[in-house]
Ligand binder design. Sequence first.
Ligand code: TPP
Ligand code: MG
Length: 756
Amino acid sequence: MPRDIDVCPVFTPVEITFPPVLLFQYQDDLGDELKRGLSGEDALSMYDCMLLIREFEQMVIQLKGGKFEALPDYKFIGATHLSIGQEAVPAGAMSAIGPDDYITSTHRGHGHSIAKGVFWLRAQSPEALARFIGREVGDASPDELREMALQEHVNRTLAELFGKEEGYCRGRGGGMHIADFNMGHLGANAIVGGSYGIATGAAMACDKLGNDRIVLCMIGDGATNNGIAHESYNFAAMDQFKNGTPVIYLIENNQYGMTGQQQGEVTGVKYLAQRGAGYNEANMHAEGVNGMDVLSVRDAVRRAAELCRSGQGPVMLECHTYRYMGHSLSDTREAYRSKEEEQMWRDCDAIGQFHTQLAEQGIATEDELKDRQEQAAKRVYDATIFAGNATDPDPSTIYEGLLADTTSEDLGEEGATPESELLQKPKQRSGTRQILYRHAVNEALVEEMLRDRRVVLYGEDIADYGGAFGVTRGIFEIFGRDRIFNTAISEAAIIGTGVGAAMVGLRPVVELMYIDFILMAMDQIGNQAAKNRYMFGGKAKVPLVIRTSVGGGKGYAGQHSQSLEAVVTMFPGLKVVAPATAYDAKGLLKAAIRDDNPVVYIEHQHALTERGEVPTEDYTVPIGVARVAREGTDCTVVAYSWLYYRAMEAAERLAEEDISVEVVDPRTLVPLDVDTIVKSVRKTGHLVVIQQAPERGCFGEHIAYQVQEQVFADLESPVRIVAAHNVPPPMAEPLEEEHLPSVEKIMNNIRQTVAE
Ligand SMILES: Cc1ncc(C[n+]2csc(CCOP(=O)(O)OP(=O)(O)O)c2C)c(N)n1
Ligand SMILES: [Mg+2]
């Protein structure tokens, strides 16, 4: 199906100009805002929020220095990235978005978490506040409930910094990974730039789910130079998203990364906002904002939120601000900045400035403002005592929160794609049902998309073209671009957005063309997809499927032929499947899509053209269950993916020599069905594991270790691993043949093993 636009050869002279990027245009004050309808109460809520953040972080300084006398024996561990000086940014920003809107945050995120909670709680009904408090509240009045809930919020935040069970993430995340999905906080991220993709994907999901929510991505100036930043900006700005992407990238430019200075050192631009011009015709509505003025921030974020809600996102805001303290409390700052510079920023302190305006406008007297500060200090004091006396997590609960034990079964008609949304009816493949693996995968995708309208597919070249290996051919014609679309060549953003979209309600199936390219996306897979649930206290669900394919044996050499499954099996929090047959490919993919955990689904390019019996009825193959593909008594061979076929051939040929081989196909690598393999080895006494990957560090080593640990006494010979050589896949045919485990090599190893 041709695209909307033809790309024609046009070589007439063109001059590209950009609309101006405006900086610091807001010059109003509290008086102006009060005239426009801002209430005194709302103004005070921003002031209180800034005070709370500052008091909170002053407490961290006390705790870290061992100066908090009420907890003399307490030793504060964990990070101390303080945002004192930057309070206007989170307070202004969170006051300007709705309670149902989402945020993502950073390693310097105490202020973001506190502010999101403050403004979320302000918008809750008494019943919702009582639910949030989560214990008996008696006949507390709405005001008392609000007060209790706010205290509870600070308690849980501090308890998380203390690594306590009562913390927002049950002590699994700590200060750098706080999240509370109830209030739309999708998580702080200690990987600089790590949340860009998540925010972008969550925003894309908001648009697709039509829920009118937006995402505020709080991000540092240093992070804007990270690769995922560029990939995310481009992803959000893709022309094919006709409603735009409702995401605000709010850059908190506190002038430094850790110590690298944005202006004049580590970038070539004076203002980061000017980069908005690189991403779409609207310059991403980029502007520079006075981040020392809470009203400027509020004004900019309110306008940005309106743009997002009216289909004009993404928006880029650069808020200029300053952290008074070092990068962390171990940084004394002298090495890279002057006292004079620090003083100039302190002279325009956001809290001080707003304090003056509140008093001048008669919103509160000096005494009342002082009281408010004491109240904030008391709240933090009480929260610290609470956290100090809170419960240490029980070591026996260490696995809790790693994987969700739920699936999306039984959706019924309500969850299905209505026929009216189909552009074309899917065709049923008829005949003997001996179908290609490639078609089995395609069928699984179509059936799950029909069954569940939240299933969306995206990746490189998968829409109208049908993917590099033709696996998704025909799906675009049935479902259209809303449900299956091409992305830019941005592997990190493909995965990162998938994580974010999955966290807020879509069930994305994303494609990475070759598993070799997974290395471009490793942060998103290993640090984000795998960890989001556990790190955030077992609350997130990440129903994401990452489809990818292994090559090899085609002369494509080092960067298109690797079997990199061990790169993903090492991350707790991911499931990994690698089906060999058409039947398993379909059943396991359907199971993966229904699973509420991130699943890496590994196809093999050679297996794609293998045929197998596949029923027409709906079925799934359970994740984590191995299959004894061929029974035998002399030797167990474990082989998965394409090498399963070589193992089967070797077994058949050895039968002619009276060697009886049992072939076990684990099908799922994580969680590995060790029991089935162990049972087989107990029977045969010998084990050969076959791998396409180089021997060093391959997944087969894990299988070998697991098995010998349980059946050492039953083993009659050492476990053998038949793997590739420890070199990158070479191109030349004889070299590549030598590299991969051939049927002959497998047979030889089995012969030797049974002879030992
Ligand atoms: C990917 C990555 N690289 C480096 C670091 C170490 N690090 C932690 S914070 C930081 C500076 C981040 O700067 P910026 O994004 O401006 O945020 P700020 O600390 O100023 O709030 C660095 C280099 C990290 N955590 N993650
Ligand atoms: Mg910075």
